[in-house]
Write a protein that binds this ligand. Structure first.
Ligand code: URA
Ligand code: SF4
Length: 174
C-alpha cells in the first residue's frame, strides 16, 4: 500500500531533522487534493506561510494565484508545496538534502502527471546543482512517468516584469 499524504504531513509538522525547526511557528507541508494531477514546488515558506502553516499565501502567492487563474487552473485542484517545509529566507542545499525526502514521498503519494518547479532551488533539487532557471525554464522534461516543467519563482516574477512575462509563457505549457 502506498503511504498516505496525511502520514507524511504528520511527520513534517513535528520534524526536527534540520535546524530550521527552531525558528518555525508552523511547518508548511503543502496543500491540495491527495490525487492532484499537477504539483507546484517552491523553495521555502516565508513569514506569512510560517504564521498560517499554508503554502504561498504571501505576495509571491498572490502572483502564483494570478498565473493559475490566467491559465484556467483552479488552485483548489492542484497540490502546492516547497522543497523546504520550514521558514527561512536563506534556503541552502544542506538543509534541502535533509528535507527533500518529504517532497519526494508526497510525489509518490499524490502521483501527479505534471510537476512545476518554481525557481532555482526546486529545479536544482530535481535536476542537478549546476542548472540555471534562465536556461531551462519552459522546457518539458520527462521524469520517471511524469513531466517536469521548470520555471522561475513567483517572487521573481512579481518583482521583475520581464520574468513575470516569461512565467506567463511557461505557465501556458502546463
Ligand atoms: N515561497 C516559496 O517558495 N514557498 C512558499 O510556500 C512561499 C513562498
Ligand atoms: Fe524538518 Fe524540513 Fe523543517 Fe528541516 S525544513 S525541520 S527537515 S521539515
Amino acid at each position: 500500500m502506498k503511504e498516505s499524504l496525511s502520514k507524511i504531513k504528520k511527520e513534517i509538522l513535528s520534524c526536527k531533522k534540520c535546524p530550521l525547526w527552531k525558528k518555525r511557528k508552523n511547518a508548511v507541508p503543502g496543500e491540495g487534493p491527495k490525487n492532484a494531477k499537477i504539483m507546484f514546488i517552491g523553495e521555502a515558506p516565508g513569514k506569512n506561510e510560517d504564521a498560517t502553516g499554508r503554502p504561498f499565501v504571501g505576495r509571491a502567492g498572490k502572483f502564483l494565484n494570478y498565473l493559475l487563474e490566467k491559465n484556467g487552473i483552479k488552485r483548489k485542484n492542484v497540490f502546492i508545496t516547497s522543497v523546504l517545509k520550514c521558514v527561512t529566507n536563506k534556503p541552502n542545499f544542506k538543509f534541502i538534502e535533509i528535507c527533500k525526502e518529504y517532497t519526494f514521498r508526497q510525489i509518490e503519494a499524490i502521483n501527479p502527471k505534471k510537476i512545476v518547479l518554481l525557481g532555482n532551488f526546486a529545479i536544482r533539487t530535481f535536476l542537478g546543482k549546476k542548472i540555471k532557471v534562465s536556461q531551462i525554464h519552459g522546457k518539458i522534461i520527462k521524469y520517471e512517468n511524469r513531466i517536469l516543467i521548470p520555471t522561475f519563482h513567483p517572487a521573481a516574477g512579481m518583482r521583475f516584469k520581464k520574468i513575470g512575462k516569461l512565467m506567463e509563457e511557461d505557465f501556458k505549457k502546463i
